[in-house]
Design a protein around this ligand. Structure first.
Ligand code: SAM
Length: 297
């Protein structure tokens, strides 16, 4: 089986697929990397020490797996497609530190899988590397952000539009609940643009490599994250309305007006213009209001 950079050769990828009776499954977002420079960029963005551990989501035939496994202590390769798993296993067979896990990234217990770090004598958080299946980008990223697993950095290939949503600032068209979640939990940045030609088959969209450094503590911590994200969702569900009228649907008129005032937020502002600091202030104010009496139904 070919190793290393051979897996970025379009003709070798085509041959592997043909010889194993496989076809690219669009429904599973199977656009494999066939650009060695982009593979190198992802590896360099991961900035790995030899004693670190990596989980890859959606390993495909193992192109990133075989490039990154030699750079770290342990590598978990997660792939949903049962037909690809034997090919992935064969391509990664030269690497004793690689474990292949057949499973659905929307169902696996990441927290349990990554518990204790990769070396129980010297626990360190994991890094996640993934050329994500684009049909599931936001749900998988959201799961990774909120699953409670010990992760220090994520290096993710995403559609360019999603990358722009991750780093969006208040008031911009791209700013939404997903931006707040990404920036509350991590420091996201765009590492590199990626052309369509880097993939086989080429997708219909441009891509970006995004680096997300997970915050050990949020910049604006709140006592109740569920409440914070309930407020954020409501604000963006009614993004063209003022924050007071967006929140009164869920929290009641009187409580909303007291909480918005005590958070120091202008009630006439649109929710889509609020910063994370302001959402956090609102969440703390609503928390205090709820402590006084049960929420209105
Ligand atoms: N890592 C390979 C590469 O860069 O060439 C493949 C990346 S491809 C964009 C996405 C991979 O994710 C596919 O192999 C696909 O089968 C897999 N996948 C799709 N949905 C998945 C899910 N829910 N859980 C785990 N893997 C999934």
């Amino acid at each position: 089986m070919p190793h290393g950079r051979a897996l970025t050769s379009p003709s070798i990828v085509a041959r592997i697929m043909r010889e194993n009776g496989l076809s690219f499954r669009r429904s599973l977002g199977q656009n494999f990397l066939v650009d060695a420079n982009i593979v190198d960029k992802i590896a360099s963005a991961a900035d790995l020490e030899p004693d670190e551990c990596v989980m890859e989501i959606g390993s495909g035939i193992g192109t990133l797996t075989v490039a990154i496994a030699p750079l770290c202590a342990r590598f978990l390769a997660v792939e949903i497609d049962r037909n690809l798993v034997p090919v992935l296993g064969a391509n990664a067979s030269g690497f004793e530190n690689v474990s292949v896990i057949q499973g659905d990234a929307m169902k696996l217990d990441f927290r349990g899988m990554l518990a204790g770090g990769c070396d129980s004598s010297r626990p360190r958080p994991w890094k996640v590397v993934s050329n994500l299946p684009y049909y599931l980008t936001s749900p998988i990223v959201t799961r990774l952000l909120f699953c409670g697993a010990a992760i220090s950095r994520m290096v993710l290939m995403v559609q360019r539009e999603v990358a722009l949503r991750m780093i969006a600032t208040p008031g911009s068209d791209e700013y939404g609940a997903f931006s707040v979640a990404c920036q509350y939990k991590t420091r996201p940045s765009i590492f590199s643009p990626v052309p369509r030609t880097a993939f086989m088959p080429a997708p219909d969209v441009d891509s970006s490599i995004v680096v997300m450094d997970v915050r050990e503590v949020p910049e604006y911590p709140v006592p109740d994250e569920d409440l914070l994200f309930r407020i954020v969702r409501e604000a963006f569900n009614y993004r063209r309305k003022t924050i007071s009228s967006a929140l009164k649907h869920s929290f009641g008129r009187e409580r909303t007006s007291i909480a918005v005032a005590s958070a120091g937020v202008d009630p006439g502002r649109r929710g889509e213009t609020l910063s994370i600091a302001e959402f956090a202030a609102l969440s703390r104010s609503f928390g205090m209001e709820f402590a006084k009496a049960p929420p209105e139904c």
